[in-house]
Design a protein around this ligand. Structure first.
Ligand SMILES: NC(=O)c1ccc[n+]([C@@H]2O[C@H](COP(=O)([O-])OP(=O)(O)OC[C@H]3O[C@@H](n4cnc5c(N)ncnc54)[C@H](O)[C@@H]3O)[C@@H](O)[C@H]2O)c1
Length: 171
């Protein structure tokens, strides 16, 4: 099961309307809760399953103007670890994907609203070690790996696919 759906949330905490905050948390966190709640009993019965929750590398390091989004992705990461502890006895693995900036409609939309998209892309690249933005296929391969038995020893892990953003920051 791949809990991938998510929405963006822009702004620092003091500018965020309560409704916007609730919507970001509803889709990004409660969405994972509801879909998992529906499917986990079946996996428990079958004593097999791999759950992949979409977090973000922002859960680890934060990002300017993303308070609600970072909070939601941090919650997804914590939920992943807690689910893993609860469901390991049922042979269910639960891991989190932690992408950096991946060029999807989500990012295209964000860039289209920027008065200077070229400079926005340059700023994104400054945060990472790779010279390219991530592509959906980069994340898809990671999801396929987590879904397969090849990743059977990965449990409760944050799986970085971020072009070196998190480790680049510390080097
Ligand atoms: N693109 C990035 O740079 C990036 C980085 C880190 C994490 N992510 C995460 O990856 C996931 C996918 O993002 P994306 O970049 O493909 O974005 P996207 O906007 O292209 O796709 C998001 C998908 O979620 C679906 N969705 C949104 N709200 C929904 C709802 N209430 N119910 C059901 N479906 C809903 C949309 O229909 C869409 O198919 C998201 O969870 C996002 O937070 C994206």
């Amino acid at each position: 099961m791949f809990n991938n759906a998510g929405i963006s949330g822009i702004g620092p905490l003091h500018d965020i309307e309560l409704n916007t905050w609730k919507k970001v948390l509803d889709v990004n966190v409660t969405g994972v809760f509801l879909v998992s709640k529906a499917i986990v009993p079946l996996m428990m019965k079958n004593k097999a399953g791999s759950i992949i929750n979409m977090s973000s590398c922002i859960a680890e390091i934060g990002l300017v103007n993303r308070a609600s989004y970072a909070a939601s992705k941090g919650a997804v990461l914590s939920l992943t670890k807690s689910m893993q502890v609860d469901y390991a006895p049922y042979n269910i693995r639960v891991n989190a994907l932690m992408p950096g900036t991946i060029y999807t409609p989500f990012v295209e939309d964000y860039l289209s609203k920027d008065p200077n998209p070229e400079s926005a892309i340059a700023k994104i690249k400054e945060r990472q070690l790779s010279g390219d933005l991530g592509k959906p296929i980069d994340v898809a391969y990671a999801a396929l790996y987590l879904a397969s038995d090849e990743s059977k020893f990965m449990m409760g892990s944050p799986f970085m696919i971020d072009g070196g953003v998190v480790n680049g920051k510390s080097s």
